[in-house]
Design a binder for this molecule. Structure first.
Ligand code: ADP
Ligand code: MG
Length: 274
């Protein structure tokens, strides 16, 4: 066979069928996602596959399009192009299986709401149109708060909590939803060490239950400890795969360009370049 023929085989119908099969098995598959707020795209033709039962970090510099990619995956911002498959079906048919915790800075905390009511929002599908809250709902919400170490704060106003406490409450709301796929935007940003530990423990438990967790993550030093897989992006996808394979100095340089000092890279637990 000629070399050219082989290349055509790899990119041909067989490769497409393999990609479809992979998307069907994955918790979420993004194909050629492009989003633009203005003239130039914030996310350009990004492919990503988040396998079931995995903990995935999305890593890249400020403005790389990480938040935009999550929002586009959820249909919160319109896509110029691309498809989103969730558990093998279009997003619209699996929406209740996906929980989203937005970047904390993007939420207005001034509205008067108690912690328990925020968590109950995660139960909205079960509460139905009349929003009938039963004792069992309240118990479930309290159990989710306990799971993140916030049971004692149920009747506090959300605006009175520290950043780390608010982050835990939002995770409790996602837990109440009972989703199979969790998309979290910088869950560790601005939280104290105890909160970080509480959150990563819950995320690892979720994975242990066979669920999938995807976090936008800014701390390169903890990527190897916390996550199985990493997606490196800077508007475009730079690399994606198991941390041990793609979290390399070379890929980080490609992602951050000159913005990451090599002294900093030297301190990271990186996988060997191959
Ligand atoms: P990241 O989360 O990686 O820091 P974002 O997805 O928030 O990046 O932003 C990607 C780019 O899109 C940035 O240049 C940002 O300024 C721009 N952007 C984000 N949100 C909006 C918006 N609502 N309107 C216009 N531009 C936006
Ligand atoms: Mg962001």
């Amino acid at each position: 066979m000629q070399a050219r023929d082989r290349i055509e085989l790899v990119q041909g119908p067989e490769a497409e069928a393999a990609a479809r099969a992979e998307a069907a098995r994955a918790a979420m598959a993004l194909r050629e996602i492009t989003v633009s707020y203005g003239e130039s795209p914030a996310v350009f033709s990004v492919d990503a596959t988040f396998p079931r039962d995995s903990l995935v970090a999305i890593v890249g510099p400020n403005g790389a399009g990480k938040s935009t990619l999550l929002k586009a995956a959820l249909g919160v911002v319109p896509r110029l192009s691309g498809t989103v498959t969730v558990f093998g079906t279009p997003l619209e048919r699996a929406r209740e299986r996906v929980a989203y915790v937005p970047q904390r800075a993007s939420v207005d905390w001034d509205f008067p709401t108690r912690v328990i009511d925020v968590v109950m929002m995660g139960l909205y599908r079960e509460l139905g149109l009349l929003r009938l809250v039963r004792a069992s709902h309240r118990e479930r919400a309290l159990a989710c708060l306990a799971r993140v170490g916030m049971a004692d704060f149920a009747t506090r106003q959300i605006g009175q909590l520290s950043g780390g406490q608010q982050q835990r409450v939002f995770l409790a709301r996602a837990l109440a939803q009972g989703a199979d796929l969790y998309l979290l935007d910088e869950p560790f940003a601005g939280v104290d060490a105890a909160t970080e530990k509480a959150i990563i423990d819950v995320l690892k438990e979720l994975k242990g239950e066979g669920r999938t967790v995807v976090c936008v993550h800014h701390d390169l030093a903890t990527v190897a400890d916390y996550f199985d897989r990493v997606l490196l992006i800077n508007t475009r996808r730079i690399a994606e795969g198991p941390v041990g394979e793609v979290f390399t100095a070379e890929n980080l340089q490609a992602t951050y360009g000159g913005r990451l000092a090599s002294a900093h890279i030297d301190q990271l637990r990186l996988s060997e370049q191959r």
